[in-house]
Design a protein around this ligand. Structure first.
Ligand code: ANZ
Ligand code: ZN
Length: 854
């Protein structure tokens, strides 16, 4: 497992003696450092902020997937610099949080000890890979000088009423022993460890991101982001239109109305009972004396579950009848009111109308307790086929089926075996005047009817929940709040920030649900900032995603003398932000990217920044697999980038990674594959030396020059749209043209190529640039320009004739075949007006003339 494929391969045989990538790369990395080549002039003209997602340093080193992501971002940053922009390309470490803490636990180290070591190693690897990082502005989220401001961000939200505490059902991972945000739960399992997630009731801190749901949704339309990422956010925000419907409870004078939330108002005729969450405040007054004991016992049972687990989902349905009834406002039927733990107090109104015919949970519940199940939506196909048999074909196929027919079809069907949940194609039945309507029209019509009766209203609901930001863990920024017996909840005064995370040995989380910091007495007790009496600190730390929700604001200021005094300098922020290009993984599409947008909006509303969208452009990169399989430690097929870089050089490795496939799609890492890009660099090395030393052609070749200009155009365009693999392919093709018949090139044929190669293989480009006599860094030499005339030179002018008479002159590709030339001729109005109908014959003399005989 330790011997990688890289080590077992030998470099290509044509390796020229002169090209020693290891030496070249060391030389230029030292130069860049000594000369400050990568340091950004923060006052520079035409600023361009090129950002890549900073990593969790929660492992001993970077894997090839990280390097794939970073290299792609680095190429873009370097490319923009060569376009004359002042590029800021910063790097940092998302070092706080559960990833790092879990890794520390796994290897039996303290996170405070482990983190600097991992960071040092990551940094070494990033430098080794030759990224254009301005290390002066590095950030580390676990550094007190950083998290001081994370705590400050928290206080901004607290001050604006956007941070609040609530005892809430939360997702609890029994393995990681921590609360998880909804975003961190995938299919009922912990995103990180795969353990089945439980529900617990705990006091938690939340951010009111739901207040921003509509704005977060609307702004997406204005962003230049990968479509897949925008779609993921839209889906996550999950705007759904539904209704609140009021049901009158019988025989209850006080607060007789029970309001439910539903996304299916079209099914109201099928609501055969109501269910309230056991904690619902109306339960007490609805419970009849006969049912009192049973209800009380059930509520107690559910309440006990609070602190243990309350699973939602597959588990056997339980519930109790309250003894009361309500009236269904749609059909005036009397329906029983139940309580059950599958209805959550946190969601909607904490009460539902149960429609067992069309909701799976309600169906199960109704089956178990013998409650009526009524079909109010029917499969359209069923109606059509039944209609055919019954010779209602006409009605069934044209528009709205008649009520009589529907009733007949419905009556002929067996009782529902399970809930029919389709909410697009169904047709309403057993719904009075609404029979025959499709589900979407049914929703609108029924809501209008309820509105008219004052028994309901349309409401918009979002799937997005408030962001639970507290973690009962150790490795994070303590939430800057103090609890005083007398004065209540107190924000830590800003001048007392940071609340430093104490160094404790016993940092392991346990089952109590209380943060390990609570065990640290000396830290826990603190004078109340208001009255001075002994108070206690909040012992929860904040979510890692809060650390990363504002780091992009910090980078420019990290190099500013005022960095101790302000989280982000106003002027620098206005100059450098929003981020011009952000590149990262789509796994953060709904977590980090949504939170960052939210925090930025809040800061905008607080007048602290002058924009509300932090990332003008975002592109998600693809993923690397290896020989067809996902890379994973357990499969033992993880590629160690260090070995490859030592064996082949960072330049070849970078170029190879980008050559694997479209950057936004990823590619398959084949162990033998790197020899191709390395061979290309070797040939570039040889060619440049021949040209620089005057051993090459005396004058540039016209065909090669034409190809060069086409290549300049293509590489520029492809790189701008992150199509790196095709850009590399174009450079390789050009290289072949240059060396055709083993000729040695002229310097004017290779010099621009060295510039084109530079973003991809920066070290060799610097070296060759120097050997060609270039002054300074190749990255300050600009991007080569192409001559449009030469680019177009591959086209020829053709005489277009109709019946032997010249009617026009058209431009076509030199190697175009007859159909293409014919099509181009017809595109010319002067030609096409003489061509009516199919021509009898078309004659094409390549490169000269086309004659259309009509
Ligand atoms: C009647 C109905 C009929 C429903 C039907 C569904 C299907 P989303 O889409 O996630 O917003 N619901 C509402 N509040 C609830 C609560 N506090 N606890 C548990 N379930 C609750 O889900 C909305 C649907 O979930 C609502 O629409 C309601 O059931 C249920 F054929 O109402 B529905
Ligand atoms: Zn006090």
């Amino acid at each position: 497992m330790t011997t990688s494929a890289a080590a077992s391969q030998t470099p290509p045989a044509d390796q020229p003696d002169g090209y020693d990538p290891i030496a070249v790369e060391r030389k230029w990395q030292e130069r860049w450092r000594a000369r400050g080549t990568n340091d950004t002039d923060l006052t520079g003209e035409r600023p361009f902020y090129s950002l890549m997602m900073f990593p969790y340093p929660s492992a001993e080193g970077l894997h090839v997937g990280n390097l794939f992501a970073f290299t792609g971002a680095d190429i873009y940053g370097r490319f923009m610099r060569m376009q004359g922009r002042s590029v800021l390309e910063p790097f940092g470490f998302d070092a706080f949080g559960i990833h790092s803490e879990n890794y520390a636990l796994k290897i039996g180290a303290h996170p405070a000890e482990m983190t600097p070591k991992n960071v040092a190693n990551f940094r070494r690897q990033i430098m080794r890979a030759g990224l254009m990082i301005d290390w002066r502005v590095e950030v580390n989220t676990s550094d007190p000088s950083y998290y001081k401001w994370t705590q400050w961000v928290f206080l901004q939200l607290l001050r604006r009423g956007l941070a609040y505490r609530k005892r809430a059902a939360v997702n609890w991972c029994p393995n990681d022993k921590t609360v998880l945000a909804n975003e961190q739960v995938e299919g009922g399992r912990c995103e990180r460890c795969g353990a089945e997630v439980e529900q617990r009731f705990l006091e938690q801190w939340f951010f009111r991101i739901t207040d921003y749901a509509q704005r977060l949704l609307d702004n997406l339309d204005t962003l230049d982001w990968s479509e897949s990422t925008k779609a993921a956010q839209r889906n996550w925000i999950g705007r759904s239109e539904g209704a609140q419907i009021a049901f009158e409870a019988e025989g209850v004078d006080d607060g007789a109305e029970i309001v439910v939330f539903t996304t299916r108002p079209d099914t109201v005729f099928g609501a055969t009972y109501l269910v309230l969450a056991p904690e619902h405040p109306a339960v007490a007054r609805l419970t009849t004396p006969d049912q009192a004991a049973e209800v009380a016992a059930y509520r107690e049972r559910t309440a006990k579950q609070d602190l243990v687990t309350r699973k939602v989902g597959e588990k056997e349905k339980t519930g109790v009848f309250t003894g009361s009834y309500a009236v269904n406002p749609a059909n005036d039927e009397r329906i029983p009111i139940w309580i059950a733990d599958y209805v959550l107090m946190e969601y909607g109104t904490g009460a539902i109308m149960a429609v067992p015919g069309h909701d799976e949970r309600d169906f199960e519940f109704a089956r178990k307790f013998g409650l009526p199940i009524v079909r109010v939506v029917m499969d359209r196909e069923r109606i059509v086929s039944a209609g055919r048999q019954a010779q209602f074909v006409e009605n069934a196929l044209t528009g709205k089926p008649s009520g009589a027919m529907l009733r007949q079809v419905e009556a002929s069907l067996p009782p529902l075996e399970r809930a029919y949940t389709d909410n697009v194609e169904g047709v309403l039945v057993n719904s009075g005047d609404f029979d025959g309507l499709g589900v979407p029209e049914g929703k609108r019509a029924i809501v209008a009817m309820l509105e008219a009766k004052d028994a309901g209203k349309a409401v918009v609901n979002y799937r997005l929940h408030d962001w639970c930001i507290s973690r009962q863990r150790y490795w994070g920024p303590p939430i800057p709040v103090i609890y005083c017996e007398e004065c209540g909840l107190q924000a830590v005064p800003e001048q007392d920030l940071p609340v430093v995370l104490p160094l404790i040995d016993d940092f392991k989380p346990d089952d109590s649900g209380v943060s390990p910091l609570a065990r640290h007495e000396a830290w826990y007790h603190v004078p109340c900032p208001e009255c001075g009496k002994t108070a206690r600190r909040e012992t929860d730390v904040s979510d890692t995603f809060l650390d990363s929700a504002w780091y992009f604001l910090r980078y420019p200021t990290q190099g500013h003398p005022d960095r101790e005094r302000v989280p982000f300098d106003r002027e620098l922020t206005e100059k450098w932000l929003p981020v011009d290009s952000y590149i990262g993984g789509n796994e953060h599409a709904v977590l980090h990217l949504l939170y960052s947008r939210f925090i930025t909006m809040v800061l905008k509303d607080a007048g602290l920044v002058d924009f509300e969208e932090p990332f003008a452009r975002f592109r998600a990169h693809g993923l690397i697999i290896r020989e067809g399989a996902k890379m994973s430690k357990s499969k033992g097929n993880v590629v160690n980038p260090d070995e490859y870089m030592e064996e082949w050089g960072a330049d070849a490795f970078r170029t190879y990674l980008m050559f694997l496939g479209p950057y936004e799609e990823g590619g398959d890492f084949r162990d033998q594959g790197i020899s191709g890009p390395r061979g290309f660099l070797n040939r570039l090395w040889i060619s440049t030396h021949e040209a620089a030393e005057g051993r090459g052609a005396a004058a540039p070749d016209a065909d090669v020059v034409r190809k060069l200009h086409q290549t300049i155009k293509k590489v520029g365009e492809d790189t701008a749209r992150l199509s790196y693999n095709t850009a590399i392919a174009a450079m390789m093709e050009y290289m072949n043209a240059v060396r055709k018949g083993d000729r040695a090139p002229h310097r004017d044929e290779v010099r621009p190529l060295v510039q084109l190669v530079a973003p991809f293989a920066p070290h060799i480009a610097e070296e060759l640039w120097e050997r060609l006599g270039g002054a300074g860094s190749v990255f300050d030499a600009g991007w080569p320009t192409f001559d449009p005339a030469l680019v177009a030179e591959d086209t020829v002018e053709i005489v277009a004739q109709v019946n032997g008479k010249t009617r026009g002159r058209i431009r076509v590709r030199r190697d175009a075949a007859q159909p293409e030339v014919y099509a181009a001729s017809l595109a010319d109005a002067n030609v096409s007006k003489f061509v009516t109908g199919e021509p009898k014959k078309v004659v094409y003399v390549p490169g000269r003339l086309i004659n259309i005989v009509v």
